[in-house]
Design a protein around this ligand. Sequence first.
Ligand code: AGP
Length: 621
Amino acid sequence: MCGIVGYIGDLEALPVLMKGLKGLEYRGYDSAGVAFPDEGHLRVIKKRGRLSVLENMLREQGLLDEAARSGRQAIHLGIGHTRWATHGAPSDENSHPHVSRGGRICVVHNGIIENYIELRKHLSDKGYTFVSQTDTEVLAHLIEYHYMTNCNFDLFCAVQTALLEVEGSYALAVLCMDFPDTMVAARKDSPLVVGLGKGENLIASDIPALLPHTREVLILEDSEIAVLTKDSVRVYTVHGDPIVREPIHIDWDTEAAEKGGYEHFMMKEMFEEPKAMRATLTPRIRGGRIVLENFPFTEERIRNASGIHIVACGTAYHAGYVGKYIIEKLCRIPVTVDVASEFRYRDPLVDSNSLVIIISQSGETLDTIAAMREAKKRGAGILAIVNVVGSSIAREADYVLYTSAGPEIAVASTKAYNTQLACMYLLSIEMAKLIGKITDDEYHRYQSELLLIPDKIQTILERQSEIQRFASQHFNAESIFFIGRGLDYALSMEASLKLKEISYIHSEAYPGGELKHGTIALIEKGTLVVCPLTQDNLMDKMISNIQEVRARGAIVLGIATEKQKTALQVCDQVFCIPDIDPIFAPAIAVTPCQLFAYYMAVNKGCDVDKPRNLAKSVTVE
Ligand code: AGP
């Protein structure tokens, strides 16, 4: 998705903007630009392509380097943008910032103005013409229109009035030629955070972009407008009512948002899995019990639940799929699991007795937000498993179980998935205990098993070269199947997505027993099949499935627990993981699958952290 940064303060703004935009590159983009007041006018420099193209343009114009800047009026205010194309192809004209007709207003925007065609016609009727195909340009003209007519050159009024006419989502930053000491920002359904500094204030699409300047962050809520000068930040509702809100202190270290010596963020984040799992589990397992502070779902509420619904997208959905198996096994309560984009439109059977579990790393995935709101509208209790503090989903849920994975920068989610599983386990075990479905012995044994997971992941990571070697033999594969049964099938879904999204190799996850109902027709000599083999009770069946595909020429890689020695006899290769209670196996068996996807992508020369067409947080439908 698009990235936005804005700066106003004592420093030169452009180097700050460029550093902030670099911190947002992982969100995916195809063009970039900046805008700033320059000798009484607004200057816009923008270009299709990578940030380096924009940086070279700024450097060539003497706008970046200290020496080149000497003698020129300082630039203390600016906004920047990386664009992930929605309306209009990637091009110079469609890149942001966009300028109004009279040049007085310029904006950068992340989101979708759903009624932009209607607004565009309204403005065309007033003589406005357009140089781009974007919805954002309409916003620039609309704000200027109100600024020059019914708001009598009041910038806040112009932004407020324009936004009241807008339908859709926005994270927005606005500059006005007449106010070289002011930046206006606003948000609705797209993330935007405000950084409170000393002699400076900033805005950004996410928190890491602010960290080099401040740890004091103000979370803008939906339909709020912020007015920033270098010494003040005032927040209002879009209706003009002032808001007083305490900032939150971010204790991530800046290093956490950097690569830390790894070649890719994805590898760094896989190696952070043990630490992330400890940070998620340990504070919640103490004194022989699971401690979920202020957990609102009482024994009665769980017993009387008309159903539990898990809703998420992508990797988070796959974590929810594992969650379905775990909750049903431990709590004996029916669980549905849906991708959010389906759930929100299928008139779901959700009522005031439903419990809905929303899972999201970013807490800003638009489909997941919309699904949550749909469930809330029907009276359901909303429990969210989220990684980003203060994100939209975290703020709107009835209860938040934060994953403590730290910032996840790589588009391909890794440590977030492991910690989402950790939260699913904590929740399932605690709910099962609350309604008496597990014994005290089981309750304590499960806690002990959970606390052993980080070290087991560590031992897997230390054997990464075995995975690297296997990937080096198979990275030219054109299609790869992941087959499993039970929790191994749920895990296969995530393993398959990881491979697809960063190596661009086609892959499918299939229930082992289902292959013979059609898909086995695709298995031929040399087809690569990966089989997680962690579910003891299904091992014999999986052995049969492996023999079925091998009989047709498949090459099979097994991912098996130490004790499953039989796997060694039927697979071409086996990667052994530490023994573990089968219900917890996905939390560690996923790591070799993540490593496999990583090395396949590296061998293919793919952009591991920023795969094509993808964004870290999908804040559009
Ligand atoms: C996973 O590797 C992908 N980046 C993607 O599927 C992601 O999991 C999905 O977009 C959901 O994101 P969220 O967890 O931030 O809601």
